[in-house]
Design a protein around this ligand. Structure first.
Ligand code: PMP
Length: 408
């Protein structure tokens, strides 16, 4: 028997035209359990203040909430301590921070930045800027038709010229899990710095940064039950010490003179300006909720749903399903197209049945082009989805072609 997690999520009680929502756009953003929503209200009713600055009660309470949240994040991903956690707005900002603070400072003409063709735009575009400004060269790992990286290609492209590797752990279009452990191992042979984009992995797979041993990991709170506007940059302490700030201003300084400034210690020196305390709090409470279930359980709940869905979809002649067959190499993302029907029409028709999926290029145009696709549909699961969600999705999908007068 599956536990009914949806009862903890107020949005799933909402009805549109008398029916609940089947939410299958979790790779874009997830929903919030009541505990997260209530914690934000509680905070604003009782503790709101500008952290780190005041000697008064509210400021000190806000500081405690913010710093407790940092500790929780550190614990959750197995960081050495909370100094290794920098709060940002999202994964995109974390990657931009690294592009400016690490990329521009450390790379030069002739160096290679290794990306993957499967990367999200936010892990491509900042590096294009770095390459333009430093003269470093962009090199891309390629993938097979299932979105999987190729061992020989990895072996060839990580070499003595590779100074930086920035790659997603899980691809956001096909849900393919990339062999980041192998990539990191190989990178060490050449002392290349490795950044892992964990936006699609940290919410779905157990992450232990000590075991993984990447230099930096980035992710977003809103894809793991927390608010939008809070993101994380994890960096090994020794790496963060070597970085310059990207944003300058209040709350990141030690002493300011008219013509010079000394900066605060890590991680404060990277967090200029008033921070998103309620966002950090929402992430702490979201992590507590997730930990209560357990990451292993979350992974197995998603796998169960994925295999149930794929078994129902496999024999549908009008569907083109993408992605690797072996479910050990993918998370709960179902990429597909419906024959003759544009993905945007598929998404719009499904929306008539209160079913939310994503259609388009998924902020991964180079990968889409590599796959020969202009556009595709993506249904993405989280642990709170149910077998009934899948049944409603499959049933509605069966009606899409008929809607446009094609034979079903
Ligand atoms: N990387 C990947 C793999 C993603 O899926 C996303 C979000 N779709 C991002 C980065 C960017 O996340 P955000 O928009 O929260 O910065």
């Amino acid at each position: 028997m599956r536990i009914d997690y949806k009862k903890d999520f107020p949005i799933f009680q909402k009805k549109i035209n008398g029916n609940t929502i089947v939410y299958l756009d979790n790779a874009a953003t997830t929903h919030k359990p009541r505990k997260v929503i209530e914690s934000i209200e509680e905070y604003n009713k009782n503790y709101n203040g500008n952290p780190h600055r005041g000697a008064h009660y509210l400021s000190m309470e806000a500081t405690k909430v913010y710093e407790d949240s940092r500790k929780k994040v550190a614990e959750f991903i197995g960081a050495k301590n909370e100094n290794e956690i920098v709060f940002t707005r999202n994964a995109t900002e974390s990657l931009n921070f690294l592009a400016y603070s690490y990329g521009l400072k450390n790379l030069k003409k002739g160096d290679e930045i290794l990306l993957s063709i499967t990367n999200h735009h936010s892990n491509i575009v900042p590096w294009q800027m770095v390459a333009r400004k430093t003269g470093a060269k962009l090199v891309y790992l390629t993938s097979d038709e299932n979105g999987q990286l190729i061992k020989e290609d990895i072996d060839n492209k990580i070499n003595e010229n590779t100074k930086l590797i920035s790659i997603s752990h899980v691809n956001n279009i096909f849900g393919t899990i990339h062999p980041v452990e192998y990539i990191i191992e190989r990178a060490k042979l050449f002392s290349s710095t490795v950044i892992i984009d964990g936006a699609q992995s940290v919410p779905h797979l157990k992450t232990d940064v000590k075991n993984l041993d990447a230099d930096f990991i980035v992710f977003s709170g809103h894809k793991m039950l927390a608010s939008m506007g809070i993101g994380v940059l994890y960096g090994k302490e020794e790496n963060l010490h070597r970085l310059d700030p990207f944003l300058f201003g209040g709350d990141m300084i030690e002493y300011v003179d008219l013509y010079d400034t000394t900066y605060d210690e890590i991680p404060n020196k990277f967090e200029a300006g008033t921070q998103n305390v309620e966002g950090a709090l929402s992430l702490m409470v979201a992590i507590e909720y997730i930990e209560n279930i357990g990451m292993d359980k979350i992974q197995s709940l998603e796998k169960e749903l994925l295999s149930y869905a794929l078994a129902k979809l496999e024999d549908k002649k009008f569907l083109k399903l993408y992605g690797v067959k072996d479910l050990n190499y993918r998370t709960g993302i179902i990429p597909f197209n419906v024959e003759d029907v544009h993905p945007h029409d598929v998404a719009t028709i499904l929306d008539n049945y209160n079913i939310a999926i994503r259609a388009g290029h998924h902020c991964a145009q180079p990968f889409m082009k590599h796959m020969g696709l202009n556009s595709s549909c993506r249904a993405s699961l989280y642990f709170y989805n149910t077998f009934e969600d899948i049944d409603r999705f499959v049933e509605a999908l069966g009606k899409v072609r008929g809607y446009l007068n094609y034979e079903s």
